[in-house]
Design a protein around this ligand. Structure first.
Ligand SMILES: Nc1ncnc2c1ncn2[C@@H]1O[C@H](COP(=O)(O)OP(=O)(O)OP(=O)(O)O)[C@@H](O)[C@H]1O
Length: 623
């Protein structure tokens, strides 16, 4: 059917085919005045979801008012503009209202606050302005309230909704302090505003309430009247400022001293040195005093090593892999300036900048209970792995006190940080090409590992272990480490990614890797972290959440908004989503092998890119 606007019979047939309940309107609506066409007469439609970029003009109130059975209205990513219709009160059944990514303006009408059935309300990325009304509190069932990327201004009222899980007012013109009831929310909910107070790092300035004699700090957004400060208050502020300045200078002085001390003391407190420096071989080495027993141990290890090169002839402990020979020795490494990258399951990772300028990542392992011989055998098989989608392990160091692994440093950090970190300026948009490319790289890395033998698996696939090169190529890290360290100190080791059948994290099958990779695919597509405690209103895990949304025929609701904004590749995205669902099948034997998964992603990527290119060509021809 090419034009449902004029073909009433076709529309009615279609409507009866779907039982009058749900209608996915998939045509360009050409008659906005009569919008939404025949549907205006239909009071049985419960879901109205119009595809992105199909509508412009304003939203006609009278047409909507007939849709009294509607429980979901999704008009996201269209070009609708103007104010919302003033009377929405007939939509009494409405549970989900998705209007994000349009150009609606003005303030949301009062009638919206009479929609008591509303559970999800998304008004993000429009041009709404004016204050955020306290009347949102009337929507007692609300679980999602997204108001970000608008021009809402003034103070943020107290929002006290018992079921509210998701809340965001970022990138609005809001100011004043964050009300008490919202301080427990994440910082990300308030970014790009002039709001102050917890959870943000900006402390609210004291307000004129001091001068009013109350002695307290004005609450509720600092919007009080303009009263004069008393002399005492002014003196207090002046003395406070001077003291603050002195304190700041003192801190700077201490920091400068520490910094200059650091160079001469080699890598010290922050880096890989054990606090009990007397017993630490690493620390002993820093001071040029290798302990007898440790030099002996490592010397033996090196002597037995066939394909590794000792760091130097005197068995100075750093063992390099491959033919690249030694690039630096332990002392140089320990003299490097180091910064903590993060703490993981296997220990702490550091970024180390050597004096010659080489940058490496050093992992200081904890809980290694293996003997040196066992450790050496295992780590040498890890070091022998060589694939463009693995982070190269360059060297290791083993002593009784310290076990260090030296990797190439990946400058763009992890996929986890890219997906869930700051989405503000400077962060490249994560479009389909990048995300699918990362998925393909990671799948190929896993495929390489799995090809090494039926018992070889990664065991810890998750977005913080997918590191990125400058050109955003994916490299898998932490492979082969699950056999080096002792049992996990916490059962939540790979929470969210672990396959249901895995009980011992050191024994992870290749099928379980496929499961974790499936979760990673879903994370890439939805933009949601699988470890998020309250993923949605039911607190279910990511695979189950995606499945439930897809079952309810809201497939496009699962995708990360940022992803939908770019290329026209929804079909490929849906297929990749399906692949993620297949990989996360509950029973291991129902999951596809990773080689098949990688091949499928490659296929999808090339058809997506072809489609994108054709679309670009059409646009340039039309131009
Ligand atoms: N080679 C590297 N280059 C750049 N950053 C790295 C490198 N290796 C690790 N990191 C970063 O250091 C941090 C800590 O990494 P680490 O691998 O120790 O823990 P994790 O990945 O968070 O958890 P787990 O140990 O369970 O895998 C992470 O943010 C990770 O992205």
């Amino acid at each position: 059917v090419s034009d449902l606007n004029s073909d009433r019979a076709a529309l009615l047939a279609l409507r009866s085919a779907v039982g009058g309940r749900t209608l996915f309107w998939n045509t360009t609506l050409t008659t906005p005045c009569n919008w939404p066409g025949v549907l205006c007469e239909d009071n049985r439609v419960t879901v109205l979801r119009l595809p992105a970029a199909s509508l412009s003009g304003s939203l006609p109130g009278p047409a909507l008012s007939n849709l009294t059975a509607l429980h979901t209205l999704s008009l996201r990513l269209n070009h609708l503009s103007g104010p919302l219709p003033s009377d929405l009160s007939s939509l009494t059944q409405l549970r989900n209202l998705y209007l994000q990514g349009n150009r609606f303006s003005g303030t949301p009408p009062d009638s919206i606050f009479s929609l008591h059935a509303l559970v999800r309300l998304n008004l993000a990325s429009n041009n709404f302005s004016g204050p955020i009304a306290p009347e949102f509190n009337k929507l007692a069932r609300l679980r999602t309230l997204f108001l970000e990327n608008n021009h809402f201004s003034g103070n943020l009222p107290e929002i006290n909704l018992p079921n509210l899980d998701q809340f965001n007012v970022s990138f609005n013109d809001l100011n004043g302090s964050i009300p008490e009831g919202l301080v427990g929310r994440s910082k990300d909910s308030f970014l790009g505003t002039s709001l102050c107070g917890k959870p943000l790092d900006t402390v609210c300035a004291e307000t004129p309430a001091i001068a009013a004699g109350g002695g307290g700090v004005a609450s509720g957004g600092g919007g009080g009247g303009k009263k004069k400060l008393s002399g005492g208050a002014i003196a207090g502020i002046a003395i406070g400022s001077v003291l603050g300045l002195l304190l700041l200078l003192l801190i700077l002085f201490i920091l400068c001293r520490k910094r200059s001390g650091k160079k001469s003391r080699a890598v010290d407190v922050a880096a890989f040195k054990n606090q009990e420096s007397d017993s630490s071989a690493a620390a002993a080495a820093v001071h040029n005093k290798p302990t007898e027993v440790d030099s002996g141990e490592v010397a033996n290890g090196n002597a037995k090593s066939n394909d590794s090169n000792a760091a130097n002839a005197n068995a100075k402990k750093l063992v390099f892999f491959g033919s690249g020979a030694r690039v630096f020795d332990l002392e140089e490494l320990l003299r490097a300036s180091a910064e903590v990258l993060g703490k993981g399951t296997f220990g702490t990772a550091y970024k180390a900048v050597l004096e010659v300028g080489t940058v490496v990542a050093v992992k200081r392992l904890k809980d290694v209970t293996l003997s040196e011989k066992e450790f050496k055998d295992k780590i040498e098989s890890v070091g022998a792995m060589d694939h463009q989608n693995l982070v190269p392990l360059r060297a290791y160091y083993y002593s009784r006190e310290e076990k260090l692994l030296v990797y190439d440093y990946m400058p763009m950090g992890s996929l986890s940080a890219l997906l869930h970190g700051n989405k503000g300026a400077g962060r490249p948009p994560l479009n389909w090409e990048m995300r699918s490319g990362i998925a393909l790289g990671a799948a190929r890395g896993i495929e390489y590992l799995h090809r090494q033998g039926p018992d070889v698996s990664h065991g810890n696939i998750k977005s913080s272990n997918i590191l990125l090169t400058k050109s955003h190529d994916a490299r898998l890290s932490d492979f082969g480490l699950n056999h080096l360290v002792g049992p996990p100190s916490s059962p939540t080791r790979v929470a969210g990614y672990r396959a249901p059948e895995v009980t011992d994290p050191r024994r992870v099958s290749q099928w379980a890797d496929v499961y974790s990779f499936g979760v990673l695919l879903l994370e890439l597509l939805t933009g949601k972290a699988p470890t998020h405690a309250l993923l949605n209103e039911d607190g279910v895990d990511l695979p189950r959440w995606v499945q439930s949304v897809v079952r309810e025929e809201w497939t496009s609701e699962v995708f990360d908004l940022e992803l939908l904004r770019y290329d026209n590749v929804e079909e490929e995205m849906v297929q990749l989503l399906q692949l993620g669902i297949d990989c996360t099948a509950q029973y291991p034997d129902r999951r596809p092998p990773i080689s098949q998964v990688a091949a499928r992603i490659e296929e999808l990527r090339s058809s997506g890119l072809r489609g994108f290119k054709e679309q670009q060509d059409q646009v340039s021809e039309a131009d």
